[in-house]
Design a protein around this ligand. Sequence first.
Ligand SMILES: Nc1ncnc2c1ncn2[C@@H]1O[C@H](COP(=O)(O)OP(=O)(O)OP(=O)(O)O)[C@@H](O)[C@H]1O
Ligand SMILES: Cc1ncsc1CCO
Ligand SMILES: [Mg+2]
Length: 280
Amino acid sequence: MTQSITEVFADAFKTTFPLKSSPLVDCITNPVTIESMANALLYIDAKPVMADLPEEFPELFTQIDALLLNLGHISPERKDSLLAAGRYAAETHKPAVVDLVGVAATQLRYDIGQQLLQNHPNVIKGNISEVRRFAGLKSTGRGVDGSQLDQSVTALAELTKALQELTERFPNTTFLATGETDLVVSAKGQWRLENGVPQLDRFTGTGDIVGALTAALLGIGLSNDEAVVLTVSYFNCCAEVAAAQNTAGGIASFREKTLDQLSLLADQADWVKMVKGEAL
Ligand SMILES: Nc1ncnc2c1ncn2[C@@H]1O[C@H](COP(=O)(O)OP(=O)(O)OP(=O)(O)O)[C@@H](O)[C@H]1O
Ligand SMILES: Cc1ncsc1CCO
Ligand SMILES: [Mg+2]
């Protein structure tokens, strides 16, 4: 008998939402979704700061609770600040999340992702196609988007095995691959998460928000696995509620309703009953 995700992470599901303190998260991220990300953090009662100049890190890192490194828009300056912040987080023992945006598309981003992995960040995430490329598998992702072809049962099994091998060298990192099914792999186990709706693939920044919210939950002391599982489940349940409310609306209305739920669903104690997922 496989164990359900709410049984495995019962304490975290019971106690995390609504947040009891406001973690401060520094996000070094892309200009496409930076505003959505800052607001999503505020909606769950976390605090964003979007500081990326390395000169600021010594002062800033005494204040922040967690760091989010998103590869979504690389410039020479942002490349330097991502790498410097990744090293600084390791030195100062701040929890860090790396979002592999676009790693399926270019070698340059793949190389930055691999460099950031050497700091043993708490979480490395991306859509399924980005994580496949990162794990050395064939990927059919296009640009920053994941591909349906990478979602087959065989492809997911292949990715699980490749990530398990990576956790042998990086036992302190949890890997998250998102899509219709979300795959979580760490040295402690493997889990499959099944919430969400297809419309989540139709507005930008859903994955970026998942990265930032994961950093926030690390910032309040959740384990790597707990932070990933709670974030994806909560965000995807928000989207399910939004989709049910949005019968006559388009994707822009769905987006607004999903973001709105980030501040609302936490107060519905029984949201956890919506959660679907199991240990593999
Ligand atoms: N078809 C789908 N069905 C259910 N949930 C989905 C689907 N597609 C994406 N999601 C959910 O949406 C969130 C973002 O996943 P996705 O793989 O689209 O990230 P992404 O490609 O990095 O997004 P973005 O580039 O917009 O930031 C995850 O929580 C994932 O579970
Ligand atoms: C960075 C970026 N480029 C196009 S959309 C987007 C946000 C998804 O990550
Ligand atoms: Mg993404």
